[in-house]
Ligand binder design. Structure first.
Ligand code: GLU
Length: 472
């Protein structure tokens, strides 16, 4: 039997980390079994669903390259089909119209709560007949949940779960306006789409026995279920905006590579021995739903940063560039205005954890600036450095070739002539040409900044020191 999985988000906001992980696990299960992955948009809540959220979810999936074989299928396009199945259940007397007023239901609930009973519908309209049924009156449609026996399923994550039917009441499957409800539409869709494995958040686990009863009433094959525990913040509380970024697209904006986020998410609640690094192909080859953790996992930004740095370091440049370009554009960096990015990238990739930081450290090599980092300037652009900067500028401007060796010997000679340590030339020079106190080896830094920019920036640093001297 072909494996068919689905991701079924409600489009009420961005694709968040928890949803992305569920999507990833469903996608991996389908891909690892040579099956199909369906994207279904559960947009029946017309008030909360928006086209922007649909787009945001698809943008998140596309960024992570979680491709779907079918869809997006919109539940709002399937109202006719839901109506048909409701009519079928009514005709087979597996569902019934319920005329109970809101007031009656409220009173019932209050009484049950006062008696310390679980609030549930008491089945008053379950057995109405003949003239008791006036479909002109306002009514909902309820599913006739079996009253005897129990529902049992083997959750691939949580193990065997059994619920007595007497714990479940007769669920509303269509509201007064005829619109179908969540637990019903999910079943019709999972049935029609031939879903074989439902992998979703464990906030849905209480819905599953109800859904299984509807599957059985429709004589449809019940899928396997796997309910994935929630993601916690590093403080042990449910992950939320308080913990920082929760939307997947925010991770793109913050400078993460999709491969790092995927690798992070796959390990957040699933393991394969103690392996930490998984390429996309390895994930597909090794993923096994049976190894999803039972316990909730806590988000760990440090680990995500570590993985991101790893992928920035090891990924081939043509994989990094499409993502880096996005950040370069944001910083208005034009690669035509500086050194060959392929030459310098390996040197910088070692030094950063995110692509946004990478764009920031690359900036002085491609763009002019008109001020120095105040902390670095305070420390290194001091009156004592002026003489060294003047002399090194002179030597650099006399160079016939602009390469590492020539630059290094200009710096060495300056230090020798002034009888000062190399650092006393190198550090002011570094701050002068990059604007900040950190950069690769000084000869390479100068080489990549280029002769024209270097000389202009050293002059600017000398002026900065002079102004400082004048200010006392
Ligand atoms: N639409 C539901 C949600 O976004 C998911 C339903 C399901 O996976 O069965 O929480």
């Amino acid at each position: 039997m072909t494996v068919i999985t689905r991701f079924a988000p409600s489009p009420t906001g961005d694709l968040h980390i928890g949803g992305a992980r569920t999507a990833l696990y469903s996608w991996l299960h389908a891909r690892s079994k040579g099956g199909k992955f369906v994207l279904r948009i559960e947009d029946t809540d017309l008030e909360r669903s928006t086209p922007e959220a649909v787009q945001a979810i698809m943008d998140g999936m596309n960024w992570l390259e979680l491709d779907w074989d079918d869809g997006p299928i919109f539940q709002t396009d399937r109202f006719g089909r839901y109506k048909e199945v409701i009519n079928q259940l009514l005709a087979e007397q597996k569902a019934y119209p319920c005329f109970c007023s809101r007031e009656r239901l409220d009173t019932l609930r209050e009484q049950q709560m006062a008696n310390k009973q679980k609030p549930r519908y008491d089945g008053r309209c379950r057995n109405l007949t003949g003239s008791q049924i006036d479909l002109e009156q306002d009514h909902v449609i309820r599913f006739k949940n079996p009253q005897q026996g129990a529902v049992s399923f083997n959750d691939v994550v949580k193990g065997k779960i059994t619920i007595a039917n007497k714990e479940l009441d007769d669920l509303i499957i269509a509201r007064t306006d005829g619109s179908p409800t969540y637990n019903f539409t999910v079943v019709v869709d999972d049935m029609d789409m031939g879903i074989t494995q439902v992998i979703r958040g464990d906030d849905h686990i209480n819905n599953t026995p109800r859904q299984i009863n509807i599957f059985m009433a429709l004589a449809a094959k019940v899928p396997d279920y796997g309910h994935v525990p929630m993601i916690l913040g590093d403080d042990g509380k449910k992950l939320s905006k308080r913990h920082g970024a929760v939307s997947v697209i925010q991770y793109r904006d913050d400078g993460y590579l999709p491969q790092a986020v995927l690798n992070y998410l796959v390990r957040l609640g699933w393991s394969h021995g103690d392996q930490e690094i998984f390429s996309r192909d390895e994930m597909i080859a090794l993923f096994d739903v049976n190894h999803i953790n039972k316990a909730p996992s806590a988000f760990n930004t440090e680990k995500l940063n570590w993985l991101n740095q790893h992928y920035i370091k090891v990924s081939p440049i043509d994989e990094i560039m499409p993502h880096l370009n996005w950040h370069l554009d944001k910083q208005a960096i034009n690669l035509a205005d500086g050194p060959d990015i392929a030459e310098i990238l390996p040197e910088f990739a070692e030094r950063v954890q995110t692509l946004s930081d990478l764009a920031m450290v690359l900036k002085p090599y491609y763009c002019d600036f008109d001020s120095f980092d105040p902390k670095a300037a305070k420390k290194h652009l001091r009156p004592a450095a002026k003489e060294a900067l003047i002399l090194v500028r002179q030597k650099l401007s006399a160079l016939e070739v602009w390469n590492s060796d020539a630059i290094q010997s200009a710096i060495n000679q300056t230090a020798e002539e002034l009888s000062i340590g190399m650092g006393k030339v190198g550090m002011p020079l570094r701050v002068a040409v990059t604007g900040a106190g950190m950069s690769p080896a000084i000869d390479l830094t100068l080489k990549w900044v280029g002769v024209t920019r270097c000389l202009a920036r050293i002059s600017m640093a000398i002026e900065f020191i002079q102004a400082r001297e004048q200010a006392g």
